[in-house]
Design a protein around this ligand. Structure first.
Ligand SMILES: NC(=O)c1ccc[n+]([C@@H]2O[C@H](COP(=O)([O-])OP(=O)(O)OC[C@H]3O[C@@H](n4cnc5c(N)ncnc54)[C@H](OP(=O)(O)O)[C@@H]3O)[C@@H](O)[C@H]2O)c1
Length: 244
């Protein structure tokens, strides 16, 4: 039986992970901002922690009641696209960076001391970081920062006996992607995504990325010279008219 913390457990991938781990008999601390959205997990046996990851004091307060953890999955996140790059929306950019990156730092500060030697930290990034995509300036930058954060933390936490896994999902059908107005190749269900994440973590993988049919094309295109991708992108990725 593992003691598992999951952020962003009120919806989508985090909710499915929490359900699956509870069904397997693990002890789960389910985090989110909205108690009502988390409530069904309490009925399944989870302990609920309601806090906003951007609020350092709230993170520390939430961590006070949490004992030792074997696994922490920092999954909470948001996605907003920039529609008009030239009329750069600084507020949107700040919102996405604060939720996906700064809040991750606040949660790490509060909960990392709870992870036991032999434990594992998982950061949920995105397959977007394989390839720069139009309109993804804020989301992609926040997730690229998480990639580096995970890679750097892995080196430092190895000395403490804590492993770090970077999770980079492709498209998964959740409320976050329900807003997307473009084709989502390789779209998975939350059940499929959660299964791949759980299996990858159980195997001790340093990186969990899926599905292959999306990841490999992204990796290949991402390896092209920037000028070639600039020319190819307009044929491969439909870009909306960005005139404000
Ligand atoms: N779905 C995909 O295709 C996809 C692909 C790649 C990566 N991802 C990543 O996977 C993670 C989960 O995405 P999802 O699709 O499952 O999204 P989702 O259904 O929208 O769930 C997002 C979760 O994050 C929580 N959250 C958002 N802002 C928060 C904040 N400030 N403080 C605390 N919790 C906050 C939400 O909780 P409350 O709003 O209830 O507080 C919710 O539980 C995200 O990091 C996302 O970037 C998703």
């Amino acid at each position: 039986m593992m003691r598992i913390l999951i952020t962003g457990a009120s919806s989508g991938i985090g909710l499915q992970l929490a359900r699956d781990y509870l069904a397997q008999g693990h002890q789960v601390w389910a985090c989110g901002r909205d108690a009502a959205r988390l409530a069904p997990l309490q009925a399944q046996g989870a302990t609920l922690l309601c806090f906003d990851g951007r609020d350092a004091a709230a993170c520390h307060q939430a961590a006070e009641g949490v004992p030792a953890l074997d696994l922490a999955i920092l999954n909470a996140g948001t996605c907003e696209y920039l529609d008009h790059a030239r009329a750069f929306d600084g507020a949107l950019f700040a919102r996405v960076i604060e939720t996906n990156l700064i809040a991750t730092g606040q949660v790490l500060a509060a909960f990392l001391p709870r992870l036991v030697r032999g434990g594992r930290l998982a950061l949920v990034s995105s397959s977007v970081t394989w390839l720069p995509l139009p309109r993804a300036e804020a989301y992609g930058a926040s997730k690229a920062a998480l990639d580096y954060l995970a890679a750097s933390l892995r080196l430092d936490l190895a000395r403490e006996g804590i492993a770090v896994t970077l999770v980079r999902p492709g498209f998964v059908a959740t409320p976050l992607t329900a807003r997307n107005d473009f084709p989502m190749p390789g779209l998975l269900t939350v059940e499929q995504a959660a299964r791949r994440i759980r299996h990858g973590l159980a195997r001790g993988q340093l990186e969990v990325q899926f599905p292959r049919r999306l990841i490999w094309p992204l990796r290949l295109l991402g390896a092209l010279p920037s000028g070639l991708w600039l020319r190819l992108c307009r044929f491969l990725v439909p870009i909306k008219d960005s005139t404000p």
